[in-house]
Design a protein around this ligand. Structure first.
Ligand code: ADP
Ligand code: ZN
Length: 606
């Protein structure tokens, strides 16, 4: 007997086969049992509740924290012929009543609601009167008080279990952390739910981290060389830097818009919409941006500042390449980032215990930056998913890090910190090592130190690199109250005494020319020369339909589907239906049109 879930996947969504655990999760929920689903961003969580919603009787209620994104989710579903709607505070009373009527008539497959609305008395009464197929709790990590996405309203969601014991609940998140996982189970009353943990590997994302020299310039170079026309996200730490960078990119001729929590709500909403709807657009943002954004064609995620943890880095970079096509995760970082984050932590008013956890998370992030082996191995290891071989698809796999015996340099650097009294920052320490006769050096009499001028073997950047690595590896502390003075700690003693040797990596600001060619070919979607014209025609076709219906282009068809059309050049409706992403509804709606655009229509007539 054929599997109804598979039929829906093929016919409605137009996909040939399930990914990872999707089929098992769907079976669990269809059978009326609870589930907790952990999958990386872009892994395909939505299908895990959308397909059961279509199989089980009644309407599935989806709790989603982001009202601004509900419309987009609904548009995508409607384009597949699925009956979906939403209820939120931004709607007019008439629109709300209309949706309520549809619900009572059983005319909706899915209903999206914000958590605060779901638990209002009127909503609960409505739910009592209708048939609820299931509850899906999206972005379930919002229930975690430790995370930066905490939403107090999520804490109320455990009431669902008491009030609707017979309705299955499925919670979904891309946050893998064990602590968060336990919190979700406890707070949502999902102790007996089956837990599905998918692989966190995102094989189509190319990871790349370089040292920061002039961050913005490096970014621009990267964009010009590798993503001249693509959409992407640039993350910065501060609002000011977000605005400056967006402005700067615009002046450099890119379509770039800012996003941070300090912008007026209307502008935030408008910019979010532009990012979702337009092609070739860059959003420069703080971490406030990104949750729930499912734009599939984000081709790069760039970090101009260091994220606070691997979780944050992974979630942010995971927003690239949701369509499965190549995407680049690019980052530059330097000592200044480390100092800044340590200072922020020191100013934190959180409990000792939380600070301790935050420190450990930052250490893990730093070791990802300073590693000499495969980045993906470090990342997946962090999520308890060891990868036994180097991935072959990250910067260090392509171009191994060069290491050198830095013992002597480290000794010089450490003793310079010690002799100058452990109250100076890197810039001054480097001046002393290099024997610079400037005011500050003379004022403190540092030209008389035994470490004055002993460091001519390295240039300024070379010394900065030594200090950074000593800090990143925890041999040296940064004084977080003052101006980033470096201080020794116990662990550096063995180096100073010559009992321990230390290997340092040579910094890299850009890929070497030797590897330029290979770099060029990774993390990029490449359309062959002879297909360029058809690619443009298809995009133009997609754009005109998108504009006509006021939906983002990818809602009509995503890049991956267009690429498949180019590759297979279908000539009949049957062949079209085999293209990934073309289901029944799209086939009926666009089939003839597409065959004409592809210029293959004649073949069919013959
Ligand atoms: P997330 O886990 O981040 O919520 P989505 O549910 O948005 O991920 O899925 C990411 C993309 O992958 C979407 O474009 C979705 O349509 C697509 N997708 C999901 N499952 C499959 C599948 N089995 N085959 C092909 N594409 C899929
Ligand atoms: Zn690798």
């Amino acid at each position: 007997m054929s599997d109804p879930a598979l039929n829906i996947l093929n016919d409605t969504f137009g996909y040939p086969s399930f990914r990872g655990f999707q089929q098992d999760v769907i079976a669990e929920v269809v059978a009326g049992r609870d589930a907790l689903v952990l999958m990386p961003t872009g892994g395909g969580k939505s299908l895990c509740y959308q397909i059961p919603a279509l199989i089980r009787g009644g309407t599935a209620v989806v709790v989603s924290p982001l009202i601004a994104l509900m419309e987009d989710q609904i548009n995508s579903l409607r384009e597949l012929g699925i009956r979906a709607d939403c209820l939120h505070s931004g709607m007019s009373p008439e629109d709300r009543q209309q949706v309520e009527r549809e619900l009572l008539m059983g005319d909706l497959d899915l209903l999206y609601v914000a958590p605060e609305r779901l638990l209002t008395e009127s909503m609960l009464r409505l739910l009592d009167q209708m048939q609820v197929a299931l509850f899906a709790i999206d972005e379930a990590h919002c229930v975690s008080q430790w995370g930066h996405d905490f939403r107090p309203e999520y804490l109320q969601l455990h009431h669902l279990q008491e009030r609707f014991p017979a309705v299955p609940r499925i919670a979904l998140t891309a946050t893998a952390d064990k602590r968060t996982r336990q919190e979700i189970r406890a707070r949502l009353g999902l102790q007996s739910a089956r837990v599905f943990i998918d692989s966190f590997n995102r094989p189509n994302i190319f990871y790349r981290i370089s040292q920061k020299k002039q961050g913005k310039q490096q970014l621009l170079k990267f964009l010009e060389k590798e993503h001249p026309e693509d959409s992407g996200i640039v993350y910065c730490l501060s609002r000011k830097k977000v605005e400056q960078t967006a402005e700067w990119l615009s002046q450099a001729g890119r379509k770039a818009i800012p996003y941070h929590a300090g912008l007026p709500p209307e502008q935030r909403k408008a910019n979010q919409h532009r990012f979702i709807a337009e092609e070739g657009i860059i959003v420069v943002a703080t971490i406030a941006f990104g949750m729930g954004i499912d734009k599939p064609d984000v081709r790069f995620v760039a970090h101009l500042d260091l994220p606070k943890s691997i979780e944050a880095y992974y979630q942010e970079t995971g927003r690239g390449g949701r369509d499965g096509l190549p995407a680049t995760a690019w980052m530059v970082y330097g000592l200044q980032d480390v100092v800044l984050l340590r200072q922020m932590q020191a100013r934190s008013i959180a409990s000792q215990q939380v600070q301790q956890v935050e420190r450990q998370k930052l250490e893990a992030m730093l070791s990802l930056c300073e590693v000499t082996g495969c980045r993906r191995q470090v990342l997946l290891n962090y999520f308890d998913e060891p990868l036994d071989k180097p991935c072959g698809y990250c910067d260090l796999c392509l171009e191994p890090a060069e290491v050198w015996d830095g013992t002597e340099a480290a000794q010089k650097a450490l003793s310079c910190i010690y002799r100058s009294g452990q109250s100076f920052g890197v810039a001054h320490l480097v001046d002393v090592l290099q024997g610079k006769q400037n005011d500050k050096v003379r004022r403190f009499g540092h030209d008389r130190l035994s470490t004055f001028g002993i460091g001519n073997e390295l240039d300024q950047n070379g010394w900065r690199s030594v200090f950074r690595q000593l800090v990143a590896r925890g041999y040296v502390n940064v004084d977080v109250d003052g101006h980033g003075a470096l201080k020794l700690n116990d662990s550096c003693r063995s180096i100073l005494k010559g009992n321990e040797r230390i290997e340092l990596r040579r910094d890299r600001y850009e890929p070497s020319t030797k590897y330029q060619k290979e770099y060029k070919e990774v993390g990029r979607v490449v359309v062959e020369e002879h297909d360029q014209q058809l690619w443009e025609t298809l995009r133009q076709w997609r754009r005109s339909h998108a504009e006509e219906q006021s939906v983002p282009a990818y809602v009509i068809m995503n890049d991956k589907t267009l690429m498949e059309l180019i590759k297979h050049r279908p000539t009949t409706h049957l062949e079209l239906s085999r293209i990934s992403g073309i289901g029944q509804h799209k086939l009926e709606k666009y089939g003839d049109d597409l065959l004409a655009v592809l210029g293959t229509v004649d073949v069919e007539i013959n």
